[in-house]
Design a protein around this ligand. Structure first.
Ligand code: NAD
Length: 426
């Protein structure tokens, strides 16, 4: 393959996206169209004077094709003509100054960022020292980090950085230093001019997310600034550009630059500053732990109500005006009698059970690092595991409120088993 030659100036005007799945596709559609429109309106912030161009990277070719089709429909042929495909994170880093990723989970994020051959970090370490800054306030500053430092750091990089112990990653601000190795000069955010903004929107293990950010900051001597920005709201909110985004950032100024991009995918006021690196995804994992448990609690209550012969709509209404209410009971009811609920659309769309299983696992791993027992999450994960493995696995890709159907199925099976085991029932 011909190696791309990085063009320093056009790199500044390029935004890259990796992972065009259920969430990444609509999010990138909004980001690309709104960024392009903003430029046409004369808003130059963040991407210099050049018309922005876009790069995409996705393992599944059919997803890229359908993304390009949708982009043409939504933003017109001219915008679609400004999109190119790239093959790897490395190539993306050589060619784009702002890179966003939306991947399934921790292993994919580790590969896309840190793979020694094709990862984003590998590309970053090939950039020349004079690569222009994304920091519009310091566009004309000369980077202070010598290339030799970057090379020295790169030779010590590994694919799996040891996760930082909780609460030990120092927050970065203009007065804080990060040491890549004990032998190199310590750059600070005030004396480096970042050439790359990285934003990972995946829901992954918060400890690993913090470790990856710390590793990238060290290895690039703070010329690449990493963010975690997982989302809440599902595919509908992603289509409408109304997501809630939980942002973990290394510095106030990096946060400002990231927020400008993220707000194009979020509801008004929907980009929430959660703190330093790892805090965004930490908040997301805690939230989903609660959701995982709430949805099962709701299903158990509704299943018992059904067995007691209660009217499902009365039960639904009373729960939602009483202390049992939650987002699950208000918005995500499994009852087919409730309009616009997942139950009423046979659990199609929504948040897949396999993703909830993954998130419960992430909460358990995070809690294990902190030596915290979380028995309800453990129980919830066991339930989602069983739901995903039920039958041919069809419930794994349905909305996770399908746990209600799984409970009913288990009830029926238990009744049948009890009937067969009962010596009096011949
Ligand atoms: P998805 O599996 O539909 O999409 C992930 C995409 O990444 C796929 O298209 C896959 O081919 C691509 N990919 C994987 N490895 C790659 C690589 N090395 N290079 C390029 N592309 C690669 O998942 P999703 O539903 O879009 O979810 C993404 C993340 O968002 C997950 O962490 C999920 O937990 C979170 N999330 C999902 C929802 C939801 O409703 N689906 C809601 C909130 C958060």
């Amino acid at each position: 393959m011909v190696q791309p030659t990085p063009s320093p100036l056009s790199r500044l005007s390029k935004i890259g996206w990796i992972g065009l799945g259920a969430m990444g596709r609509p999010m990138a559609l909004n980001l690309f169209t709104k960024t392009y429109l903003a430029h046409q309106r004369g808003e130059r912030a963040g991407h210099g004077r050049e018309t922005p161009t876009f790069l995409v990277c996705e393992e599944d070719n059919s997803r890229t094709e359908s993304f390009l089709y949708d982009l043409r429909e939504k933003g017109g042929a001219e915008l679609a003509g400004r999109v190119e495909r790239v093959a790897s994170g490395r190539e993306m880093a050589l060619r784009a100054s702002r890179i966003l990723t939306m991947l399934p989970s921790t292993p994919q994020v580790e590969t896309v960022y840190l793979d020694p051959k094709g990862g984003i970090l590998a590309g970053l370490l090939e950039l020349p020292p004079e690569t222009p800054s994304v920091d519009t306030k310091s566009l004309f500053r000369t980077p202070s980090t010598p290339a030799a430092d970057i090379e020295e750091i790169s030779s010590s990089t590994t694919i799996s950085p040891p996760p930082a112990p909780p609460n030990t990653t120092p927050p970065l601000d203009s007065s804080t230093t990060m040491s890549p190795t004990s032998t190199t000069t310590r750059p600070t955010l005030s004396d480096t001019s970042p050439h790359t903004l990285l934003i990972d929107q995946t829901t992954l293990d918060p400890t690993i997310a913090r470790g990856i950010a710390s590793h990238i900051h060290s290895a690039t001597a703070l010329r690449a600034l990493m963010h975690d920005a997982p989302v809440s709201g599902g595919t509908g909110a992603a289509e409408r550009g109304e997501l809630t985004i939980m942002l973990g950032s290394p510095s106030p100024y990096a946060k400002e630059m990231a927020t400008e991009l993220l707000s194009r995918m979020a509801r008004i006021g929907g980009v929430i500053d959660c703190g330093e690196n790892g805090a965004g995804v930490g908040v997301k994992v805690c939230n989903n732990l609660i959701l995982a448990i709430n949805q099962i609690a709701l299903s158990e209550g509704l299943a018992l109500g059904r067995s007691l012969g209660l009217d499902p709509e009365i039960l639904h209404n009373v729960i939602n005006s009483s202390s049992g209410q939650s987002w699950s009971s208000r918005v995500n009811s499994p009852l087919q009698e409730i309009p616009d609920s997942p139950g009423s659309r046979h659990y199609s769309g929504g948040f897949q059970t396999r993703l909830m299983l993954k998130d419960a696992g992430l909460a358990l791993s995070a809690a294990a690092v902190c030596d915290l027992p979380i028995p309800m999450t453990w129980a919830a994960k066991s339930v989602y595991d069983a739901v995903c493995n039920e039958g041919e696995g069809e419930m794994a890709t349905q909305d996770f409120s399908v746990v209600f159907e799984w409970l009913k199925k288990k009830q029926l099976e238990a009744v049948e088993r009890g009937w067969k085991d009962d010596p009096t029932s011949t």
